[in-house]
Design a binder for this molecule. Sequence first.
Ligand SMILES: NC(=O)c1ccc[n+]([C@@H]2O[C@H](COP(=O)([O-])OP(=O)(O)OC[C@H]3O[C@@H](n4cnc5c(N)ncnc54)[C@H](OP(=O)(O)O)[C@@H]3O)[C@@H](O)[C@H]2O)c1
Length: 254
Amino acid sequence: MARRILVTGGTGTLGRRVTRELAQAGVTVRVLTRSLPAQPDPHYEWAEGDYVRGAGLAQAFEDVDAVLHTAHDPQQPGRDLAGVARLHSFSLAAGIRHFTQVGIVGVERMPGLAYYAAKARAEELLRRSGLPASVFRATQFHPFVHSLLSDLGRLPLLPVPQGLLQPVDVDEVAAALAEHVLRGQHDTESFAGPQVLSIAELAGQTLAAAGQHKRVVSLKLPVPMLRALHRGVLTDPGAARGKRTFAEWLATEK
Ligand SMILES: NC(=O)c1ccc[n+]([C@@H]2O[C@H](COP(=O)([O-])OP(=O)(O)OC[C@H]3O[C@@H](n4cnc5c(N)ncnc54)[C@H](OP(=O)(O)O)[C@@H]3O)[C@@H](O)[C@H]2O)c1
């Protein structure tokens, strides 16, 4: 088991949950953040740094024997990818014993999205890095799917693309990711939500939770990205599955 793990993105949606799980399991967690909180949680060590700009990493890697890379910068995928390569180099130089990288199910089969292309390329870079490493992939988190569907507009109709998603609960992802890290796996693991649903079904559930009545209209558009979504490339029915459905999450969180 890792003695001290550097967690990038330890302040993020997934990251803050998985840091809690790892600390509760007895691992010393050092959180990398671009800006230290006013009152840093004393349960963790804190390192100020930026893996995209390359600032603060020498100190962040001091006396660390494992890395969990959950951070991402979807707004600048090219620079993010260079930052991931930088984290691999620092990890090799520091002689870390294990590097876990968080990925997204199906990104290599999804055309036309620079962010997803960078996530797929980041997995290739890790495979070639020579690091003892693993990838933990998840499907779309409930709050992310909700953010895509909750801008309901004023029209009486809600047009959505035809497509399939398998939304997953972030707490369940964090628990499975912590177990993955603690096992020190050296392969790829995928974790997905309990149900594969059409975007129209998910939109219907979002409307119902918001107490709104609209007709959801599925659009079939001849765009490669949307065709891939329709084929279900972002789902993985064979993956380990969480239990909490999107509808259950909507009922308690919204
Ligand atoms: N959201 C989803 O639906 C979903 C689905 C499957 C997989 N994933 C993957 O899960 C991971 C976590 O996603 P999330 O949605 O939980 O993330 P998030 O809430 O957007 O948080 C992003 C984190 O990245 C850190 N960060 C960004 N740029 C940084 C930089 N240059 N240097 C250091 N830290 C930086 C931020 O830390 P500071 O702001 O404190 O610096 C923050 O903690 C990502 O790898 C993502 O691809 C997400």
